[in-house]
Write a protein that binds this ligand. Structure first.
Ligand code: PCP
Length: 395
């Protein structure tokens, strides 16, 4: 009996999370001897949510594990690749291509899409927060908003999108990193007051845990920040502000006040950590006001999903595509200088960048060859570096 409502690796691999109509489709084509029909299928994003001009592809490592030992070939953009809804000429841009007998891949359409729709939304929202935060510290604080079975995936996607650290033990373990956090209001309430809680935290926590005092539980944040700095002195790493909405406060103004009062008293080294309702729209303003680190939750962990779709574009070697999709296998050629993409039929020669004339590179690379993993699966830290390099060139 399972305690929580999520699918095991085995159930996903057996296709038990798929939609019933794919099971029925497989039954019908098998009954008519069509299960070995060779197909080529494109996986393309619909219009990106919130007017995003680009997305960050996340979930490719899990795609490799999904299709391993399934007799198909899968080509994919490397995990962490930026992608667009359309190339520079308005042609829909495949991020993956799957080739093989339709009966073999049919039931995996649902989990295949699910593995990249949600994770890519999270990674894209994280990358957009990174772009407005510049070099400031970003911590993934949002796993409490989503089903706990997804914590590792959400923290990994947030980290890959450019965050510095994650708050969950399971997420940090997946990354081979240490989890990062501060202290909850519950700690201060249980101790009956800020001082007692801050002092106990400082006494009990090992030296490598930064002393970040939450300073918005009972009194005015400015007063509590001064009290914390005077109580912990040079051991205080930062103060955390988290509840401006409960004061209908102007968060930026609050940050400026706290910074001013700390500096006035010589506590220039005490950093300001903010959390609560943070998103790409307000991080920039709070950063300018003096915030040094951001605990970002819901806006990233519950990011809009990116609506990828799978469409057959070749069947039995013949070109085919439903209305609104373009037939035939394709390659996505990307300018390594300006990240412009051009989608061409697979047999067309490598083009120069139509925008700047530079060399282009093929983006759809072998991920699975006849059921065997055919690519080196990079570490999350390598994927994150790849994302940061790309977003420095993107608007
Ligand atoms: C929240 C908790 C979350 C932060 C804010 C994310 O504070 O720290 O991780 O909020 P967001 O989803 O709006 O971005 P509280 O709810 O006050 O929880 P706690 O007292 O445990 O810090």
């Amino acid at each position: 009996m399972r305690l929580f409502h999520y699918a095991s690796d085995e159930e996903i691999k057996r296709g038990e999370t798929t939609d019933i109509y794919f099971v029925r489709t497989k039954q019908v084509i098998e009954a008519k001897g069509l299960e070995n029909t060779p197909v080529v299928a494109d996986v393309t994003p619909g219009k990106l949510p919130c007017g995003w001009p680009w997305g960050i592809l996340c979930g490719i490592e899990e795609e490799a594990h999904l299709f391993e030992n399934i007799p198909v070939d899968v080509y994919a953009m490397p995990e962490g690749s930026a992608f667009y809804h359309e190339d520079c000429r308005g042609v829909r841009e495949p991020v993956m291509r799957i080739e093989g007998p339709y009966g073999e891949l049919c039931i995996y359409e649902t989990p295949m899409l699910g593995l990249i729709c949600q994770a890519s939304g999270v990674a894209t929202s994280a990358a957009r927060a990174r772009k407005v935060a510049g070099e400031k510290t970003l911590i993934s604080f949002g796993i409490r908003r989503m089903h706990p079975a997804l914590s590792p995936m959400i923290d990994r996607a947030t980290y890959i999108g450019g965050f510095d650290a994650v708050s969950s033990l399971s997420g940090a373990k997946l990354l081979g990193a240490k989890p990062v956090g501060t202290m909850p209001h519950a700690l201060i309430i249980v101790f009956g007051g800020q001082f007692e809680a801050w002092r106990a935290f400082d006494e009990i926590m090992p030296p490598d845990v930064p002393r970040v005092a939450l300073v918005d539980t009972y009194s005015d944040e400015k007063m509590e920040a001064i009290m914390a700095a005077e109580a912990l002195k040079e051991r205080l790493y930062a103060v955390r502000l988290d509840t401006p909405r409960s004061r209908k406060g102007d968060f930026a103004e609050l940050i400026r006040e706290v910074r001013w009062e700390l500096d006035l008293r010589g506590f220039n080294n005490v950093r300001i950590f903010v959390s609560g309702g943070l998103n790409e729209q307000n991080i920039g303003e709070l950063s300018e006001a003096g915030a040094d680190a951001f605990g970002v939750g819901t806006s990233v962990s519950n990011a809009p999903t990116i609506n990828f779709a799978m469409d057959i574009v070749e069947m039995n070697g013949k070109l085919c595509a439903k209305k609104g999709k373009m037939g035939g296998r394709k390659q996505v050629w990307r300018c390594q200088k300006c990240l412009t993409d051009i989608v061409l039929p697979f047999d067309k020669p490598q083009p120069k960048c139509p925008r700047c004339g530079s060399k282009t590179e093929p983006m759809l690379k072998p991920l699975i060859k006849n059921g065997k993993i055919a690519a080196k699966l990079p570490k999350p830290s390598e994927i994150r570096e790849y994302v940061l390099k790309q977003i420095s060139k993107l608007e």
